[in-house]
Design a protein. Structure first.
Length: 124
């Protein structure tokens, strides 16, 4: 009886085929791993007074808890603010100030998986 010849991975040709297959597998899997990254999120809302009326010109602060950098936004005519394209794997503190008064501080958690986080800030 004749035995079938089996290619060994030790043979130069088989080693090249094995390496090519491994590289092709990595090329397929690496982009998929990147798709599992945290991505970006937006934080937006309104700044309101004690009677729930919008406040134009309030300063909204967003503090990155990883590096303590602070971004600001001046609320619009209808009290709106927006911080876009924030790294979603970071915690943030958020508050507003207007004419010497401040809102309570809110936290945006990295565990919050929403891409769009809406938080209204009330200054009394």
């Amino acid at each position: 009886m004749r035995q079938k010849a089996r290619a060994s991975w030790k043979e130069p040709g088989a080693r090249m085929v094995w390496c090519a297959a491994a590289l092709a597998t990595l090329a397929v899997l690496l982009p998929a791993a990147g798709a599992q990254s945290f991505g970006l999120k937006n934080v937006q809302g309104k700044v309101l007074n004690g009677q729930d009326a919008p406040i134009n010109g309030a300063i909204v602060y967003l503090e990155n808890k990883r590096n303590n950098n602070i971004k600001t936004f001046i609320s619009t005519d209808n009290g709106s603010y927006r911080f876009a394209d924030l790294p979603a794997d970071t915690d943030y503190s958020l508050w507003a100030a207007f004419h010497g008064k401040k809102s309570s501080q809110k936290t945006v958690s990295s565990f919050d998986t929403r891409k769009q986080v809406n938080i209204d800030l009330k200054i009394k």
